[in-house]
Design a protein around this ligand. Structure first.
Ligand code: UD1
Ligand code: CA
Length: 478
């Protein structure tokens, strides 16, 4: 590069580029009360995927989401990304969306336009679209794809003698020859803002929807001898949109499968990945095995060498190394120490903190508890608002009565205590270190360390009672 003594102006060095994401539409074809861009694929709203890709190309302050239908909900769902919002009060078409954003976008040299309902777009492709546009010094550049079935998409009509584009024709307006064109408009563009806003007022609403179509800019610019070019994606699936329920499900499958593939590359075995639902932000360590029909959701982190067995649903949980989660376990906001064994059919609710090597077994429900290292609650138990020390055995059918109808109270069980089966621990209550609670006891008072507490009526045995009863009955029948 030749050296210059003059400080170059910022626009000469680096053109100022914004990204506009069209997200104001209602999504009529989904037949939903929720706005289209908040429908989820891969565990995240469609719009959140598009913003995530955009953020890897330009900073948040240069990203403008054009919102309209249910604008407050859309804004709230993605506001933490720090992007800028533009309100399109009435949704009068994709061209109108850009008219509304004119004031904020006109100060940029170029604007990349993305669709809030097409979540598979990658930062690499956005950059390819921008760089092609800059290299060609074009007024408008569209990203296109070759689809087996182009039905429903705008078709790209190229000029005969050059690479340039003559027009985009929407599905409803194609003639029989154009219907056969398989190169479709992705709905992603880069514009030179001077060309876009210099001609955007020429858009008309002479179409079946009576909307301003942004796609008509191709014909308008091309007619005024401005350069309109198209660049094809390598991966046609990147342009797919979620306009219908079937398309949404297809997007979800693709995102989930991509996540499974990525985890497998990182050393995780996932049997029958097409049956597993794993959210985008989930992390899993090497040599962990995921069995069929497992859901791992939210911000869950699973360590190495674990086995997550079938039909478990794990949300926002932190699982250490070498943990076994047996079939049918439900976990939400739980922490599981290394080497623990959970399930089958355990229900770990928020605030469950299971220590290293702990066991939580069949039909055990926990909430807001700490279960110390090596402690066990293996069968048919409810533990809520409890602090349980190390090496404690909680017998089958034990219940912490944490709720008096108004307030929640705490149960404390100290290290090495042994809780017999079917104990009822009425909180607030404490069982001291190494103490025993006899089976079927109702414990309402403190159990001191090293003691035995019996809280049940003494057994009575009536010798010969059953025989006498039988004999009496036999006499009556004679
Ligand atoms: C659009 C293109 C079509 C292309 C397809 C690719 C037009 C006229 N057609 O069709 O050529 O093949 O995308 O997916 O642009 N939106 C607004 N404000 C509005 C209207 C729409 O923000 O007034 C938003 C929508 O929320 C959506 C995006 O713009 O995120 C695209 O609109 P949509 O109605 O889905 O256009 P398509 O019919 O898919
Ligand atoms: Ca669409």
């Amino acid at each position: 590069m030749p050296k210059s003594n003059k400080p170059s102006s910022p626009s000469a060095a680096q053109p100022r580029t914004a990204i506009a994401i069209m997200a104001a539409g209602k999504g009529t074809r989904l037949k939903s009360k929720h706005p289209k861009v908040l429908h989820e694929a891969g565990g995240k709203p469609l719009l959140a995927h598009v913003i995530a890709a955009a953020l890897r190309v330009v900073p948040a302050k240069d990203i403008y989401a054009i919102i309209g239908h249910e604008a407050d909900r859309v804004r709230q769902a993605v506001s933490q990304t720090g992007i800028v919002f533009v309100l399109q009060r009435e949704q009068r078409g994709t061209g109108h969306a850009l008219m509304v954003a004119r004031d904020v976008l006109a100060s940029y040299d170029h604007v990349i336009v993305l669709s809030g309902d097409a979540p598979l777009i990658t930062p690499e492709t956005i950059e390819k679209l921008r760089d092609f546009h800059l290299a060609k010094k074009a007024a408008m550049t569209l990203l296109t794809a070759e689809l087996q079935n182009p039905t429903g998409y705008g078709r790209v009509v190229r000029k005969k003698s050059s690479d340039e584009v003559q027009a985009i024709v929407e599905e409803k307006a194609v003639d029989p020859a154009q219907r056969k064109i398989r190169e479709i408009n992705s709905g992603f563009y880069t514009f030179a803002t001077k060309s876009l806003f210099g001609h955007i007022d020429e858009l008309k609403t002479d179409n079946p929807h009576r909307e301003y179509y942004l796609t008509d800019m191709a014909g308008i610019l091309s007619k005024t001898k401005e350069k309109v070019v198209a660049v094809r994606t390598d991966d046609a699936s990147e342009v797919l949109g979620g306009n219908t329920r079937a398309e949404l499900v297809d997007l979800d499958v693709r995102l989930r499968m991509a996540k499974c593939q990525q985890l497998m590359v990182e050393g995780v075995t996932i049997f029958y990945p097409q049956t597993c639902v794993i959210d985008n932000d989930v992390e899993i360590g090497a040599d962990t095995i995921i069995e069929p029909f497992v859901q791992i959701l939210g911000k869950t982190h699973i360590g190495a060498d674990c086995r997550i067995r079938s039909y478990s649903v794990i949300n926002d949980s932190e699982i250490g190394d070498g943990v076994t989660v047996r079939p049918g376990t439900i976990m939400d906001g739980a922490r599981i120490g290394s080497g623990a064994v959970i399930g089958p059919y355990s229900h770990l609710r928020p605030g469950s903190d299971i220590g290293e090597g702990g066991h939580v077994g069949n039909f055990v429900e926990t909430k807001k508890i700490k279960l110390g290292k090596g402690s066990k609650a293996n069968h048919l138990t409810y533990l809520g608002d409890a602090e349980i020390g190390e090496g404690v055995n909680v017998g089958a059918g034990t219940i912490t009565c944490n709720y008096d109808g108004v307030h929640k109270h705490k149960t404390i069980i100290e290290d090495g205590a042994f809780i017999g089966s079917h104990a009822t621990l009425v909180a607030p209550v404490r069982v001291g270190k190494e103490a025993y609670v006899a089976a079927a006891s109702c414990i309402t008072d403190e159990v001191p360390a090293n003691s035995l507490a019996l809280g049940r009526s003494r057994q009575i045995v009536k010798e010969g009672w059953a025989r006498q009863r039988r004999n009496a009955a036999a006499k009556q029948n004679r």
